[in-house]
Design a protein around this ligand. Structure first.
Ligand code: G1P
Length: 354
């Protein structure tokens, strides 16, 4: 079997992050969400992985490389324009050949992995397998309708959802999928939809096996979802310390200290991860926080947040909560008069003041 990960797309719901970076590289517990997908595939015994990339392809290939560090072989497949998930499958045909494959959307996160699902599909008793998860907001997903446990209909982001069962971004297909992606037409949003592809297979009498997700699944398209995925991963991480903690500091609960980080006169209450060469000084870092490498947190309190690499937070008087802070960000107290907020914030940023 092969793996096909989609890592293009514009990520409009994650602006301003996606103005400068790929949404699949936003870190969950200091590791890009895309890496979890690669690890899930390798863990399920799939080493031959194609990654479909768009405008951010250079960043993706710089981060992932040839896949050897994951125990995989990665082939990059450029997609000229984001014309839909089914379009990506179409252009990946030369890579996939006649192999059965797992299609994995690179912003989907499934904490318990996909090994049992892949084992089911490997038995060869169905032409496709789709993974379903109940969601509170079915209007935002492809939605499945079942009758007596059999899949009868899938519909993309319905206004009036027939069920709350979302089709997650993890799919398995055999080569019949190519006839489907060649036959369907673009949807109203101008994309070749994966839901139409699945519906085509159902209409042609192919066996499409619906499987409920076991464990936690998150589409990390929005900030709240990323914070939630971060929470889920931190909950499971074992404590580890490769950093320095001075005598005036306290670590409480499960804390991961990556190489060369320093905790000085501070309290870190886990689950939390502090990245390589980051300094936490006179501060409080609370549960569900991931601070990436080369950051400085000084005279601050922060919890349930993600801070990306090389950012500095200094002398902030209120606790920072439920925040996603980008790379090379500086937040500090300004000594300059007149006294007031001095902001340089990119388009589509969101700031909550007290
Ligand atoms: C895509 C699919 C949708 C699926 C979702 C899962 O939506 O079109 O059917 O439920 O992924 O993450 P998108 O996130 O591209 O809008």
């Amino acid at each position: 079997m092969k793996g096909l990960i989609l890592s293009g797309g514009k990520g409009t719901r994650l602006r301003p992050f996606t103005f400068t970076g790929a949404k699949q590289l936003v870190p969950i517990a200091n590791k890009p969400v895309l890496f979890y997908a690669i690890e899930n595939l390798v863990e399920a015994g799939i080493q031959d992985i194609g990654i479909v990339v768009g405008d951010t392809g250079d960043q993706i290939s710089a981060a992932v490389g040839d896949g050897s560090r994951f125990g995989a072989r990665v082939t990059y497949l450029p997609q000229d324009a984001p014309l839909g998930i089914a379009h990506a499958v179409k252009i990946a045909r030369p890579f996939l050949g006649t192999d059965r494959f797992v299609l994995f959307l690179g912003d989907n996160f499934i904490r318990e992995g996909i090994a049992p699902l892949v084992a089911t599909f490997r038995r060869g008793e169905c032409d496709a397998l789709i993974v379903l998860a109940p969601v509170p907001n079915p209007q935002d997903f492809g939605i499945a309708e079942l009758q007596d446990g059999r899949l009868v209909r899938v519909v993309e982001k319905p206004q009036d959802p027939p069920t709350n069962l979302a089709v997650t971004g993890i799919y398995m297909f055999d080569e019949h999928v190519f006839e489907a992606v060649e036959s369907i037409r673009p949807s109203a949003r101008g994309e070749l939809e994966i839901t139409d592809t699945i519906q085509y297979l159902i209409d042609q009498g192919r066996s499409v096996l619906p499987q409920r997700v076991q464990g936690s699944w998150i589409d990390t398209g929005k900030m709240e979802d990323i914070l939630e995925a971060n929470r889920l991963v931190l909950e499971m991480l074992p404590a580890r310390s490769e950093g320095y903690v001075d005598d005036d500091s306290r670590l409480i609960g499960t804390v991961v200290l990556e190489e060369g980080c320093r905790i000085e006169n501070s309290v870190v209450r886990g689950p939390a991860i502090i990245g390589r060469d980051t300094r936490i000084v006179n501060s409080y870092v609370g549960p569900f926080s991931s601070i990436d490498h080369h950051c400085v947190i000084e005279n601050c309190e922060i919890e349930h947040s993600i801070v990306l690499e090389c950012s500095t937070l200094r002398d902030v008087s209120y606790r920072i909560e439920e925040s996603l802070i980008g790379r090379y960000v500086e937040i500090s107290r300004s000594p300059l008069k007149p006294k007031g907020y001095k902001l340089m914030i990119g388009d589509h940023s969101k700031v909550g003041m007290v």
